[in-house]
Ligand binder design. Sequence first.
Ligand code: PLP
Length: 258
Amino acid sequence: MFNALTIAGSDSCGGAGIQADLKAFSANGVYGMSVITAVTAQNTMGVFGIQDISPEIIKGQIDAIFDDIEVHGIKIGMVSKIESIKAVAQSLEKIKKLPYIVLDPVMVSKSRFKLLSEDATKTLIEELLPLSFLITPNIPEAEEITGRKISNIDDMKQAAKELHKMGPKNVLVKGGHLNGPATDIFYDSVNFSEIKGERIDTIHTHGTGCTLSSAIAANLAKGMEVLSAVTMGKNYVAKAIEKGFKLGKGVGPTHHFY
Ligand code: PLP
């Protein structure tokens, strides 16, 4: 049985964060494990508070898993504070043979709540990008990291090149924030691939980024080659959005299916 580990924040309403990751792992056929970096008080209408987990307990969770278990894939999501990012990086750097790491550089929720503290972007770039096999920023995240405005596919390609120089082996810039079809740009240091998707007409999109990065991490954990892992991950999240549903009064979750 292949397994995958998510290092991320908890979402009390279950649509995003650790909860979405574990559902996406199961649905994509791997056993899921979790290291919780923060607990959010959250529902379909917004995020109302964050409690960061201490760096010692973040390290303790990672060490406990790696002392005992061979991990096949890792997804990193919300790690909101400089000290938390350093704790994750220090624990992972100790591991001799790191599994594939997919980093979703989570910054702001769809409800506009900051999930990465203002001063932590530089630390995220310096500590976690070089450890990553793949990073999956959306357009606002890619803009924040590169300092470059992105308005079209050519800008996305340029940003992917700049992000690649910061250390990750592969880059997926997600195009959902641009108008028109949801085309993502994948860059592996040699080739660009345009991964096309239909725009799905729904408001129930809570947790889409978490779901995509986890589905890709699960695919990599199973031994899939990177472009197939990304393409299959995108197909999965498209179906999960199609089946997204109303839960509570606000933006409902994507639906994980088997
Ligand atoms: N809450 C947590 C813990 C998350 O990790 C994320 C995204 O990664 C979100 C909320 C935001 O989800 P969304 O922007 O899809 O609502």
